[in-house]
Design a protein around this ligand. Sequence first.
Ligand SMILES: Nc1ncnc2c1ncn2[C@@H]1O[C@H](COP(=O)(O)OP(=O)(O)O)[C@@H](O)[C@H]1O
Ligand SMILES: [Mg+2]
Length: 199
Amino acid sequence: MNRKGATVWFTGLPSSGKSTIARLVHQQLLDRRCLVELLDGSEIRESLSRGLTFSREDREEHVRRIGYVAKLLSRNNVIAICAAVSPHRASRDEVRRNTSTFVEVHVDCSVATAESRDRDGMYARARRGEIPDFTGVSDVYEAPSAPEVYVNSEVESAESAAWKVVCTLEMLDVLEMARPSTDSDTEALQRRLASLGYV
Ligand SMILES: Nc1ncnc2c1ncn2[C@@H]1O[C@H](COP(=O)(O)OP(=O)(O)O)[C@@H](O)[C@H]1O
Ligand SMILES: [Mg+2]
């Protein structure tokens, strides 16, 4: 069971690994009997954000809607796990301001790596000019400058990334500690939070 709500916000290029890692975190939190909900941007584009395009205004609106739901959930002690490209720093920072305990997770990899993982051929279509405003090809991605969790999905496994997120939630007192925090990986996460002014 979690101690309080939080918004865990995955951001990164299409096919960087956001949904994969978010699903692992979601399952681990369910296993720990937490109150948790997964808000995946691509699924939300078929419901709450149906009809929105990939223009700057509509992308901002999409992020605002997910952020609004996350705010409602997290203030009711639910951990809202959100996974969305969310390419604009200002939009993410707006959600950060409107929620308490905002944990930004930057899933980073090169465009070439993301492209090589793309099962739906979206990058190829974007390269052929069939999809305008495609993040990483023909549209901007503004990386977070100080995310609570940084994942380089080119070198880290999805399992290791999920562990970093769960461990950070423990350090922020969202979750009870499930394991002793002595090894060097945990210390690196602690140093990161200290550098962000948490401890
Ligand atoms: N280290 C990693 N972390 C996350 N996903 C990875 C990693 N290495 C390879 N992958 C693969 O990359 C793909 C990422 O797809 P997905 O999670 O849907 O990306 P996104 O939600 O960012 O668009 C998946 O097929 C996943 O198995
Ligand atoms: Mg996804």
